[in-house]
Design a protein around this ligand. Structure first.
Ligand code: RIB
Ligand code: CA
Length: 319
């Protein structure tokens, strides 16, 4: 019997950003997902740039969804951006279609609240940028927490950072937002650097994607080409494919190692602000508040990524 797949209603919130873009390609091909909203947050680049990128990605993927713009800066601190990784546009590299939907008149938190209020079932928020919008939603609509099945986020690192030695970029952009989320009581699955720095996609892997030779696969390969320029200069032999982990760990949890820990966010350290600290040995005596994704089967990760890109055979892209 062809059992109807129970679709998971999701909201994509990010700062595209090459790895956000690849994560959204993966999400768009997932039969299990029903993408209800796309929201943007400043981070990899300014809000204007990541929002324009999000709208172009939505057009590329033919998503019939309006993009809603989030906050242009973190809750409390000044914005930091990452043009060294993602370029001046935030998504340097291949040409993309122009947006084909108007920008929503709602803010990101308002859009999130709207789709949550209209939903008959709980929803999953896939957050691949600073958690500013998610925190703003939780602060302005605490009554909607019960409509959130979980937040799957790319952020943090239990053993190291990547922007400072202690802090990962998404958390460091907005530590107060991360603190708000992690103490909200909402179910949280965190793909930190512990797993995303093992989710290495090597040049020979994305050559397999390019060889699929469909319009979206070619674009994904060119996103890897660009993203790897700076990553390689830092000494990595493969592209640290961060954001797709926040999607893949929902679609194929069996290829990941997920541990439950109590995690907190350092807000005040002079050098460690934005660090995510895990109570590995339970010495704080607090209940675990985070499903920490700490490892994966890299080859299966890559295979699933390639399978997703193969679904765009015959896809028309109007540049
Ligand atoms: O530290 C990696 C994270 O920061 C990823 O989400 C990347 O897109 C940037 O936002
Ligand atoms: Ca991101």
């Amino acid at each position: 019997m062809n059992e109807k797949i129970r679709k998971r209603p999701v909201i994509l919130d990010g700062d595209p950003g090459h790895d956000d873009a690849i994560a959204w390609v993966l999400a768009a091909t997932a039969d299990e997902f029903d993408i209800r909203a796309i929201t943007t947050v400043a981070g990899n680049q300014t809000l204007e740039k990541v929002t324009y990128n999000a709208r172009r990605i939505a057009a590329l993927l033919k998503l019939d969804i309006e993009v809603a713009r989030g906050r242009n800066r973190p809750l409390c601190s000044d914005l930091i951006i990452a043009p060294n990784f993602h370029g001046e546009t935030g998504l340097d590299g291949p040409a993309l279609p122009e947006p084909d939907h108007e920008l929503s008149s709602l803010s990101a938190p308002e859009m999130m609240a709207k789709v949550l209020q209209e939903s008959e079932e709980k929803m999953t928020i896939i957050s691949t940028g600073a958690q500013t919008n998610v925190a703003a939603l939780l602060l302005s609509h605490p009554e909607l927490k019960e409509m959130i099945e979980m937040v799957s986020t790319m952020g943090g690192g239990l053993r190291n950072g990547n922007w400072t030695s202690g802090a990962e970029f998404n958390i460091l952009v907005d530590p107060e937002a991360a603190y708000t989320l992690i103490h909200s009581g909402v179910k949280l699955q965190m793909c930190g650097l512990d797993v995303t720095e093992k989710a290495l996609v090597y040049p020979e892997d994305w050559e397999r994607i390019r060889a699929l030779n469909n319009p979206v696969a070619r674009i994904v390969a060119e996103w890897f080409d660009f993203f790897f320029i700076h990553v390689k200069s830092l000494g990595w032999s493969g592209a640290t494919t961060h954001d797709p982990c926040a999607v893949m760990s929902l679609l194929h949890p069996e290829i990941f190692d997920i541990r439950d820990y109590y995690v907190d966010v350092e807000l005040n350290g002079k050098y460690m602000r934005g660090a995510t600290i895990a109570d590995y040995n339970g010495i704080l005596g607090k209940e675990a508040n985070c499903h920490c994704v700490v490892d994966l089967d890299r080859e299966k990760f890559v295979d699933y990524l390639i399978q997703a890109c193969a679904k765009f055979e015959g896809w028309e892209v109007n540049l």
